[in-house]
Ligand binder design. Sequence first.
Ligand SMILES: [Zn+2]
Length: 303
Amino acid sequence: MTLTRKEFLKTSSLIAGGFFLPLSNNFGRMFQQSAGNFKTIRDNVGIYTEKGGTIGWYVSDDAVVVIDSQYADTAKHMFEGLQKKTSRKIDMLFNTHHHGDHTSGNVFLKDHAERIIAQENCKALQEKSYGGDPAKPQAYPTATFKKEWNQVIGKETVSAKFFGAAHTGGDSVVHFQNANIAHMGDLVFNRTYPYIDSNGGGSVEAWPIVLERIINYYHKDTIFIFGHGASDELVTGSMADLTAMKNYLSALIEFVSAEIKAGKSKELIASAGEIPGFGDLKERWAGARKMNLEKTYDELSAK
Ligand SMILES: [Zn+2]
């Protein structure tokens, strides 16, 4: 089933909080018995939200693909939900980047997945950030790529692509080409202040440039999955949301840059009540705006 973006929005708003599309095999009804929240977006592709970064999935009789793994307990809930549809193992588990709320569930899923795939920097950053900590058991990618990974699986073609360092040093976008749905990982915090990870290879200045590449690469009809959003409804969206994120980062850089030139201190700059034009942005955690201003100050003044 293919819907235009307009039809998709209409359908999803009509069935808010439930399933976007009626499914022929009671997949949706069975999913709703799970601990978290499954939503079908279109075709055999959907999302799972419970705790941490949004999980993307593709499930059919001939292929199971999962993108990101949240935490061990919620990954188990997600997998139990998938198993109500198919007894098939996960053919491919992708990690969009190394952060713990996207990779900690690898430990549970590794026994149920043929392989775990990530961009090579993602694996290195996961090892560096969490390796050797007994409190944080890890399962690392078993296959990596540098620029791009492409694979036909079942009736889908999955591609994962690295567009450069942005949120971290190893972010990739994973695209289900036939369904035309792309998981952005944390390259978009939709309508909310992003987490900026300078120690993990991220860059405020590179981020909008990377988003511009992504905007030019995908199609206006592509539906995007976001790691985080200001609300549950905002973890999926369109190209307009990528543009909004890019514009926010550009405005942040412009604002901090002008304040530095005006001779203001880091403390004064970081105390700003809003970034001009983005006063309605939500904080997902207390101090998020201050953190954005401080990280941007550090990056710009280090040059
Ligand atoms: Zn992240």
